[in-house]
Design a protein around this ligand. Sequence first.
Ligand code: ADP
Ligand code: ADP
Length: 226
Amino acid sequence: TLALSVKNLRKTYGNGFEALKDISFDVEEGDFFALLGPNGAGKSTTLGIVSSLVNKSAGEVSVFNHDLDTEKTKAKMHLGVVPQEFNFNMFENVKDILVTQAGYYGISKGVANERADYYLKQLGLWEKRNGAARMLSGGMKRRLMIARALMHDPKLLILDEPTAGVDIELRRSMWDFLQEINRAGTTIILTTHYLEEAESLCRNIAIIDHGKIVQNTSMRALLEQL
Ligand code: ADP
Ligand code: ADP
C-alpha cells in the first residue's frame, strides 16, 4: 500500500514565484522517509500541500489511496501534521489542547483523555499538563505539536523540521520516540537539516532542489555515494 503518492506537483506562489516545478514521489506504508534539500528548495511547500495548508497549482496527491481533492476528509483522517511554526493557542491548557484536537475527529472524551495522558507521559509533558502552553520551553512546545498530531491515531505522520533548535540530547529522545511509533506501524515523513537525523532514522529519501526532485533512493544508497 502507498501511504503517500505525489504526482507532478507544481506550485507558483501569489507573487509569481515558481516554488515547485514537477515533484513526484511515493512513500510506502511503514516507511520512515526524509525529504532533504537546501534551504528554499521547496520542502515545506511540498509538505504544506500534502497537509492541505498550502494550495497547489497543479498535480495530484493521495494519502492511503484517497485523493486530496476528491476525498479530502478521508485523506485527512489518515494524516497527522506537525508544521514548523507553533500554531496552538498559547493561553490554552496543555492537556486541553490535546483533548480538543481529538474532539475535531469525533473521538470520545474517554479515549481522548487516555490518549492525551499517554502522550503527555511519553513525551515528557506530564508535569506541565495543567499549565498554559506558553509556559512550555521550545522543545516542549515541539513535543506538544507531535502529541497533538497523534491524537486521532493517524497512519501517516508528517513533520517539518521536528528537531530544529532542539539540543542534541533531547533530539535523541525525540528520535527514539519517532522510531518507536514507526515500529508500531505509523508511516513517517520528515524534513530535516540534520543529515545525522535522516541517517539514523530514515530508510528512504528524496532530495529536492530548486523545486525539483534530484534524487529518490534509499538512505543506504545515498550514504554509499558520499
Ligand atoms: P498562496 O499563493 O498559497 O495563496 P501567497 O502568495 O498568498 O500564497 O502567500 C501566503 C503568505 O506567505 C503571505 O502572507 C505572504 O506574505 C507570505 N510570503 C510571501 N513570500 C514569502 C516567502 N518568500 N517565504 C515565506 N512566506 C512568504
Ligand atoms: P524549504 O522548506 O525547502 O526551505 P520552502 O518550501 O519553504 O523551502 O520555500 C521554497 C521557495 O518558495 C523559497 O524560495 C521561498 O522563499 C518561497 N516561498 C515560500 N513561501 C512563499 C510564499 N508564501 N510566497 C512566495 N514565495 C514563497
